[in-house]
Design a protein around this ligand. Sequence first.
Ligand SMILES: Cc1cc2nc3c(=O)[nH]c(=O)nc-3n(C[C@H](O)[C@H](O)[C@H](O)COP(=O)(O)OP(=O)(O)OC[C@H]3O[C@@H](n4cnc5c(N)ncnc54)[C@H](O)[C@@H]3O)c2cc1C
Length: 223
Amino acid sequence: MPTIPHTLIAIRALTHDVFELVFRADIAHPPIPWQFSMFSLPSGLRRAYSVAWHEHGELTYIIKRLEGGPGSTEICGLTPGAEVAALPPVGKFQLSEGDVSRCFIGTGTGFAPLWFQIRSALEREDSSPMHFVFGVREARDRFYQSEIWELSEQYPHFSFTQYLSREDIEWCERWYVTDPIGADLARAYKEFYICGSPAMVSDARTQLEMSGVHKERIRFEQY
Ligand SMILES: Cc1cc2nc3c(=O)[nH]c(=O)nc-3n(C[C@H](O)[C@H](O)[C@H](O)COP(=O)(O)OP(=O)(O)OC[C@H]3O[C@@H](n4cnc5c(N)ncnc54)[C@H](O)[C@@H]3O)c2cc1C
């Protein structure tokens, strides 16, 4: 499949090490939630990044610049106007059809595909309950807080809990995103979507299954 030029039109720091990058690209088909783009960076490295949003031919990505990580450092160091080649978004993750209650569990940049899915579902007027459990380490690692809280005010059937694993502050739960998983959560939602580090995804899946959630009700991605 041929690559498509992606022009960086905006980059902003969301935290000390997480960046939002908006590219303009002439892709034939609009991406769907959970799809990712494979970038071929100027150095020759190839790295996958999940699409966090798509609108008017602009693709948004949320990327963590890892210390000593060559690909993430390179892409987060681009400046507006830079052109990078990428394959059109791919990913065969199947979304279930219909209006079903959903719980989204994510950590770090696992936020990107969940955010795309939550926003898309709310904008197409999916009216079933949706809950988003999102975790980072410390208060300074949080991002998109006003965007998420605005959605929860606009859509009463959408709720949000921010977890911090290493800091105690008002409005946030102190512990891991797996903490609320139990029989009550298992009963409250029909489907569970998980994205984040392999350790978190594995723990969340195990706890959901132990709480009575059948495998088929759980969809996940880890990176
Ligand atoms: C389908 C898919 C979608 C992805 N979507 C995103 C996304 O939306 N945003 C994003 O930031 N990354 C995403 N990634 C991860 C991304 O592709 C790179 O692996 C990441 O940017 C690290 O590349 P690097 O070259 O900087 O570091 P590497 O040299 O690849 O890794 C450096 C070190 O960091 C570890 N590491 C790799 N990824 C992470 C991480 N996310 N957090 C902590 N440690 C890590 C590695 O195990 C290694 O030890 C995705 C990966 C896949 C497979």
